[in-house]
Ligand binder design. Structure first.
Ligand code: NAD
Length: 453
């Protein structure tokens, strides 16, 4: 099998760079296309994605067979025209250039925000249709770009897939960490908007990069059963799942326990031995079986109901809606990508601030407790901040989007990514925060941003 030649578009950015590093680590041939060059270790093509000719030239010169498209302006600008130009027109230009140059694979970094319109989303899966009006111009442009990517699947041999990560953080991040540090420096960590009973999905950046490589690798795998379009007539009854399909939906998955540690239910054969007067003769076997690290959760049957996205009726419904494709293949699909460890919204910032405290002991008085501002107060303050920002011609410090974002549930079911892409988060939330704060400290103490404490 010939190896792909990769072009990471937006490869000078946060996520793009981690993808480049992972590709380099496994010995792949990779180039970068971006408007800025920040690294010198791979061939670089300078250009703007909204110019099809520039993308096309880079594809031709690099001999690309797989595009990973991560480019976008930052989410925090108030510039709908720029979002449209880069995200919508730029993505369409990439698709056209890919087809023009016979590129086979396109992996697109979408966003979980494409389905967010301000209302709470709890444990949602890919069946949820994106709203007509997403929360802001940035997510609207990502939604339109994603639509174009999925619609291009199968055109002239191009295979496409879109990944929807949520709340990416980690080394190299210039948005989340910088914002949290500013709050820390300004002494405002005791403010909380909303009641913090809302769950949010954060995703460590290397997990996101890992998902992109899996998607690229599996994009050209055939569906595990012939698609309905290959049959003479669309069946009215769902044909039974093939063995390959059964394997995908019933394979036992390991627990997501990177941060919380081992989940283990005691059984009669593996359990801690309680306070016996005379311990059972096999007590050491029982305890060591309980302590042993399990590599696979064999024997746990997967139980599904008809409400489950991977139940037979729902797989059939998805196939029926799009007879050209199967929800159990990668091409033409969207996937939520998260750490699979949703947590209360303010818990992650507090984890970051707590780690900053260990670096700067005494900087913060943590005895103050929290000043909890209800959501409506936050929205009022944000409105005032937006008006003031408009008057002085600057981006507002607080926006109604940010307030809404911090007060609602936004977490996602990643079972489809786990089963179809074979995605498992590699780094847990707590470990990821540690890595980000370590990186940040080195970066900011040796770089231009000196820390004065
Ligand atoms: P980033 O700003 O660090 O990287 C984006 C890169 O795209 C930059 O290097 C930038 O120079 C480049 N770029 C921008 N406009 C371009 C253009 N017209 N032509 C060529 N290159 C251009 O952003 P990131 O955080 O790495 O985000 C990567 C992708 O992930 C984006 O598509 C974003 O929408 C998506 N995403 C990010 C998050 C997050 O929390 N950071 C969450 C969900 C989805």
């Amino acid at each position: 099998m010939t190896k792909d030649v990769y072009l990471v578009i937006g490869g000078s950015g946060f996520v793009g760079r981690h993808i480049v590093e992972q590709l380099l680590r496994r010995g792949d041939n990779v180039s970068v296309f971006d408007i800025v060059q920040r690294y010198q270790d791979v061939p670089f093509y300078s250009g703007d994605i909204s110019d099809q000719e520039q993308v096309s030239t880079a594809l031709r010169r690099s001999g690309t067979t797989c595009i990973i498209h991560t480019a976008s302006p930052p989410a925090t600008l108030s510039d709908p025209a720029l979002y449209w130009k880069v995200n919508v027109d730029g993505t369409k230009a990439i698709i056209a250039a890919a087809i023009q140059n016979n590129v086979r694979k396109l992996v697109f970094t979408s966003s979980a925000g494409v389905v967010f319109n301000g209302a709470s989303l709890a444990n949602i899966d890919e069946r949820l249709t994106p709203p007509e009006q997403p929360m802001d111009a940035y997510n609207e442009s990502k939604q339109k770009a994603e639509e174009a990517v999925i619609a291009a699947n199968g055109k002239d041999g191009l295979l496409t897939v879109a990944l929807r990560p949520s709340g990416i953080f980690g080394p190299g991040d210039r948005q989340v960490m910088a914002g949290l540090y500013k709050v820390y420096e300004d002494g405002k960590t005791h403010f909380q908007i909303g009641d913090n009973n809302n769950m949010f999905d954060w995703t460590y950046v290397e997990n996101v990069a890992h998902a992109h490589l899996l998607a690229a690798d599996k994009l050209d795998l055939a569906p595990p059963a012939p698609t309905l379009s290959t049959l003479e007539d669309l069946p009215v009854e769902a044909p039974p799942l093939t063995e390959a399909e059964q394997d995908i939906v019933t394979r036992p998955l390991p627990p997501l326990d990177l941060t919380v540690g081992r989940h283990r239910i005691p059984t009669s054969e593996a359990r801690p031995v309680g306070p016996y007067v005379t311990p059972p003769s096999n007590s050491s076997e029982l305890t060591s079986a309980f302590e042993a690290k399990r590599t696979s959760p064999e024997g746990r049957p997967v139980v599904r109901t008809r409400f489950d996205p991977l139940s037979e009726p729902n797989i059939f419904r998805a196939k029926y809606t799009n007879p050209e494709s199967s929800p159990l293949q990668v091409a033409g699909q969207v996937f939520y990508i998260t750490n699979g460890e949703p947590c209360y919204f303010w818990d992650l910032p507090r984890l970051v601030w707590g780690q900053l405290d260990t670096m700067f002991p005494g900087h913060r008085d943590t005895r103050k407790g929290y000043t909890v501002l209800p959501r409506w107060v936050g929205l009022g303050l944000a409105f005032a901040s937006e008006c003031w920002g408009w008057v002085i011609g600057r981006e507002p410090a607080l926006t109604r989007f940010k307030v809404t974002y911090s007060c609602v549930n936004r977490w996602h079911n990643i079972e489809k990514a786990r089963r179809v892409l074979g995605y498992e988060p590699q780094v847990g939330l707590a470990d990821g925060v540690g890595r980000m704060v370590d990186w940040w400290k080195t970066e900011y103490t040796t770089g231009t941003h000196k820390i004065a404490h």
